[in-house]
Write a protein that binds this ligand. Structure first.
Ligand code: TXA
Ligand code: MG
Length: 318
């Protein structure tokens, strides 16, 4: 992946059109939003989304924010509600993300939600972001366009410092105005700020007509990284299965007989792309145990193993 030549595209009509084409082909394009540069991929394309994690070198699968061009497109992905409508009218387009229940018929990769049944959605205001989303005409998954653990980029040059040679293109729309990631508002239960940002809890409380909680108030989520909300299969998960046992649902890797194979050719990007979808499918088979073949602990394998070890961890009783 290191022999890619990253294109630097101007934020004019031809540049935006090329960027949209690259997204449609499953490529990665960094683009400006009013908060920070995002690393975009077609949110419906499992493999493209898997490459986001690979390019960022993320050691785990955090759920990603999906960027859209209009509210109708948002409503095709999430269950809309009166509070969501109020917040959208007041703050969209703008530096605010809402977490809402995922619609069952939503066409987004399970890797975007990291298997959760909620989805983070945002309508950015930056004109280049809007032009790209209009031209691509579909949901774009985008975390901040920095390698994992580094600071978020607010210029195209920052993106290239971290990701040159790892992504197809960066759309250079100049400097991001806000420079701080969007406020994330959870609306699946009591309105809760999951990440503070430019839009404050006071702003949101005024629009919603009720106080908005900050995540630190919610005693249930004590550790950062929102482990508690991550998808865990109903079945028990047995890792590093060197051999298969009677009655288990078998999740394979590499050339071996099994029920579902993450990647027959041993490709970690393909394995990441299939991971959540296959865990769901095997869980739906009602097996008591899902046995998983060993996954090499290199590159994207680290994130895959992180997710698998969480899926296999003993459950907290609620
Ligand atoms: O300003 C921003 O929001 C930028 C630009 C590019 O839009 N994006 C950004 O993405 O900051 P990222 O991936 O760096 O941060 C996304 C945050 C993560 O902390 C993730 O856990 C949270 O959003 N998140 C995403 N989906 C979620 C969900 N369904 N439930 C709870 N948290 C979610
Ligand atoms: Mg980030």
């Amino acid at each position: 992946m290191s022999d890619l030549v990253t294109l630097r595209l101007d934020a004019d009509a031809p540049g935006v059109a090329r960027a949209a084409e690259i997204l449609a082909e499953g490529g990665l394009v960094a683009f400006p939003t009013e908060t920070v540069y995002g690393l975009g991929a077609d949110a419906a394309n499992d493999r493209a989304v898997a490459r986001i994690y690979e390019a960022k070198g993320r050691p785990s699968f955090n759920p990603l924010i999906v960027h859209l061009s209009d509210i109708e497109a948002v409503q095709r992905l999430v269950v809309w509600s009166e509070p969501a409508e109020r917040v959208a009218q007041a703050f969209w387009p703008g530096p605010l993300t809402m977490v809402l229940p995922l619609r069952e018929d939503a066409r987004v990769s399970r890797l975007v939600t990291a298997g959760l049944d909620t989805l983070a959605v945002r309508l950015p205001a930056n004109p280049t972001a809007r032009a790209l989303l209009n031209a691509f005409d579909g949901p774009v998954a985008a975390p901040s366009a920095n390698p994992s653990g580094r600071i978020s980029p607010t210029r195209a040059a920052h993106v290239l410092e971290g990701l040159d040679g790892k992504i197809e293109a960066v759309l250079d729309g100049g400097r991001c105005g806000v420079g701080l990631e969007s406020t994330i508002l959870g609306l699946t239960g009591k309105p809760t700020i999951l990440r503070p940002g430019r839009v404050t809890s006071e702003d949101l409380g005024r629009v919603l007509g009720r106080p908005v909680l900050e995540r630190k108030d919610r005693d249930k989520i004590s550790a950062p990284g929102q482990l508690a909300s991550h998808y865990a299969p109903r079945a028990r998960v047995r890792l590093n299965a060197a051999e298969w046992r009677e009655g288990e649902a078998r999740l394979g890797f590499g050339d071996e007989p099994c029920d579902l194979n993450l990647s027959r050719s041993g490709d970690l990007v393909e394995a990441a792309a299939n991971l959540f979808e296959y865990l769901h499918r095997l869980d739906a088979s009602n097996a008591e145990v899902i046995a998983v073949a060993p996954i090499p602990h290199v590159g994207l394998g680290v994130a895959i193993n992180d997710r698998l070890s969480r899926a296999a961890a003993p459950r907290e009783t609620p």
